[in-house]
Design a protein around this ligand. Structure first.
Ligand code: MG
Length: 402
């Protein structure tokens, strides 16, 4: 009975991202605005990522300007191949309308059911907004996200007010605008033939072609970056959403002295010597402790636990390490990764590696897959090579939650 598949289920949800504009209003000196950086990534990359991360978007067709092919590869090249949804970019036309038609034609053999059309210069489009527009196409052939107009609207001529326009049923249009693919491609082709290129958005073309377009709520934060001031505002917005990731490094050395065991990363390992130090001389934990303190720019292990202070004589280095972890927790930060390298000729670290990882993970209150312990010899060079001591370096990665 279920042998007839609903063909709509197999149709793809595609998005056309229009990135072919020259963006003169955003200031030409900085190049096309869709390639300007926000929080370390281009505007276009933010926009592509918003759609790539949406579970119901199957295919992303970017339309670029013929002059921007090198820029596109520079900014987006690393996604090509790794983002399965990202189709090869196509070259746009001489107007926004012509560029959208190029994108629609590029989707011709892709079995697109629904298509969203979005401006590259709106990088703050949210998952919720994309979902709303997609859902709207179910009940209407077109969906337009809009905001109510809140300013009083005037009509004027030659610098003089002519009238006040009722804003009661006025809305400002956003993108992504969503359509049944077959309907909008026909409307675009017809408009290009019969009217030339005069429409500034796709809902206008749908309206002209008699396609019903349903209004859904837009999003006030889904701003279009148009003038230089928009970038100033956008950078402030990005400051709130770019994760505050910080890294710190640490380095430590302890010399050998007479003994029969070394303490490394919280584990006692039998050896023909021990490490010399005021505390237990756990060179691995000391470097990690400094790495964690480094993420907070809060001094080093010596400034928190002066070697001159007798109370730290023979101290368990877990105490130092836990102190740094607790300082971090008090600042609302979480450790996302710890990586350390022990540098010594002997003892062999490999057999003890996973116990060290487990011990560090326990002390840091994180899972073991976030803890790396590596080891290398010093190729018999220098003090490590002469087996006079052990060195360690470490990197901590943390995220601060604002
Ligand atoms: Mg030390």
């Amino acid at each position: 009975m279920d042998n007839v598949l609903n063909s709509d289920d197999q149709k793809l949800n595609a998005v056309i991202i229009v990135a072919a504009g020259r963006g003169e209003r955003a200031g030409q000196s900085n190049g096309p605005k869709q390639y300007r950086l926000l929080g370390g990534k281009s505007v276009l990359e933010h926009t592509i990522s918003a759609f790539a991360d949406h579970v119901d978007i199957d295919l992303i067709q970017v339309v670029i300007h013929a002059d921007d092919q090198a820029l596109y590869l520079q900014h987006i090249g690393h996604h090509i191949g790794s983002r399965e949804k990202l189709a090869p970019a196509c070259i746009g036309g001489s107007s926004r309308q012509a560029s959208v038609l190029c994108g629609l034609k590029a989707l011709a053999n892709q079995n697109a059911g629904k298509v969203l059309i979005h401006d590259a210069a709106r990088p703050f489009v949210t998952t919720e907004l994309i979902s709303r527009v997609l859902a709207g196409i179910g009940s209407s052939q077109g969906t337009l996200p809009v905001l109510s107009v809140t300013d009083t609207i005037k009509r004027g001529k030659n610098g003089i007010v002519i009238e006040t326009v009722s804003r009661h049923d006025l809305f400002s249009a956003q993108t992504p605008q969503g359509f049944e693919y077959s309907a909008i491609v026909m409307a675009h082709e017809k408009a290009a033939l019969e009217t030339g290129e005069q429409f500034t958005d796709d809902a206008s073309i749908a309206e002209w072609a008699g396609i019903p377009v349903k209004l859904v709520d837009g999003d006030p934060e889904n701003i279009k970056l148009t003038v230089p001031e928009d970038f100033v505002l956008a950078k402030k917005t990005m400051g709130n959403i770019v994760p505050d990731v910080r890294t710190g490094n640490g380095y430590d050395v302890h010399a050998f002295e007479k003994g029969n065991s070394v303490r490394l990363c919280g584990i006692d390992i039998p050896h023909s010597a021990k490490l010399m130090g005021h505390s237990d001389a756990d060179v691995g934990l000391h470097a990690l402790t400094d790495a964690i303190l480094g993420t907070m720019a809060d001094g080093d292990i010596g400034s928190h636990f002066p070697p001159s202070d007798p109370q730290w004589k023979n101290a368990n280095s877990e105490h130092f390490f836990r102190h740094a972890v607790e300082l971090l927790e008090k600042r609302g930060a979480v450790i996302t990764h710890l990586d350390t390298t022990l540098i010594c000729e002997m003892p062999k670290i490999g057999p003890h590696r996973d116990r060290m990882r487990a011990e560090i993970a326990r002390m840091a209150n994180i899972s073991i897959d976030r803890v790396s312990v590596k080891a290398t010899t010093n190729e018999r060079l220098g003090f490590v090579g002469r087996e006079e001591g052990i060195a360690s370096i470490a990197t901590a990665t943390v995220v601060f939650r604002s």
